[in-house]
Design a protein around this ligand. Structure first.
Ligand code: ZN
Length: 310
């Protein structure tokens, strides 16, 4: 994403939003025209989860699409229009989408909202590492068990706007939760044979804290929790020393990140960069990260292969 290099600023963000206030006539949501329910999800992973839970009772618009970076997202008038026409807005929360509430306001949104991460035990990070004003790690979906909470929240939100579908949403969420448990078991089995000193990975930005906590893996990243700023020269130098000292061979890029920094870093210390991981976004249709379950299986397999080289 070239977006990554663009300096992020609240001022620019506000100007952008002021310009996108949608001036079309919002169609008043007709409570009788209930199915399919128009739902907007803030980013691709949530879009997938809403489709799974909602099935054919929902039509989902995703604001930040595949391979795109929600941290530095700049809404356009078309996004405001999609929000205005929705009856449910689903966001991650934990400071992941600092632009979402301004967008909803700019769009004149009056529908229901769901914060999918509500009830998740948030990882607290040191002040200044979070997303601007937050100090919770927002990447909670990286622990599959948290996604079971996401599913429950999404099912509750959908039931609120489509009560007739409530039993279906509960059933879909429960069936998918079973697949999540299988995913968690798959990850544990893949990582089981790794020794403690092998369980170290370098990634572009600090998105895998929940994953690392769940599976006993240490992740190091030159970029912090958000991608809205380039890492300092000092942080990069520190990481290079660490890679050398601990002989870390598992170095991975992310699908929504700029490859320049990590490629440079891997050349400097002579390690090969592994396959791309799916951190904050799915990939496009018919690719290895097209759904949440696929992206997680891909990450798990690649990470296990990379750490075996450590
Ligand atoms: Zn992130």
């Amino acid at each position: 994403m070239t977006n990554l290099l663009r300096p992020f600023s609240c001022v620019l963000q506000s100007i952008g939003l002021a310009a996108l206030v949608w001036s079309g006539n919002a169609q008043a949501a007709d409570p009788l025209a209930s199915v399919p329910v128009p739902v907007t999800a803030s980013f691709s992973i949530l879009g997938d989860l809403v489709r799974v839970v909602g099935g054919d009772r929902v039509v989902v618009t995703t604001l930040v699409g595949p391979d795109a970076d929600a941290h530095v997202f700049e809404p356009k008038p078309s996004h405001a229009k999609a929000v205005a026409q929705s009856r449910l807005l689903v966001t991650n929360g934990l400071g992941f989408e600092p632009w979402a509430s301004r967008l909803a306001k700019a769009a004149g949104y009056r529908g229901a909202s769901v914060v999918a991460s509500q009830g998740v035990q948030a990882r607290i990070v040191a002040q200044g590492q979070g997303h601007g004003h937050a100090d919770s790690d927002p990447h909670a979906w990286q622990n599959p068990n948290n996604v079971i909470i996401y599913l429950r929240n999404i099912a509750a939100g959908l039931s609120q706007v489509d009560p007739a579908g409530a039993a279906i949403f509960r059933r879909n969420a429960a069936a998918y939760a079973q697949e999540i448990l299988e995913l968690d078991a798959f990850a544990k089995a893949e990582f089981a044979a790794l020794a403690p000193n092998q369980r170290k990975v370098i990634t572009s930005h600090d998105a895998f804290g929940y994953f690392g906590a769940q599976y006993g893996i240490q992740f190091f990243a030159p970029q912090g929790m958000s991608t809205d700023a380039e890492p300092s020269a000092k942080a990069v130098a520190q990481l290079i020393r660490q890679i050398r000292r601990e002989k870390i061979k598992a170095v991975f890029l992310e699908n929504m990140s700029n490859p320049r920094l990590l490629t440079q870093l891997s050349q400097d210390v002579g390690v090969t960069v592994g396959a791309r991981l799916y951190a904050d976004a799915l990939s496009g249709p018919n690719t290895p990260g097209a759904t949440y379950l696929q992206m997680m299986r891909h990450n798990i397999t690649q990470l296990a292969a990379g750490m075996r080289l450590n």
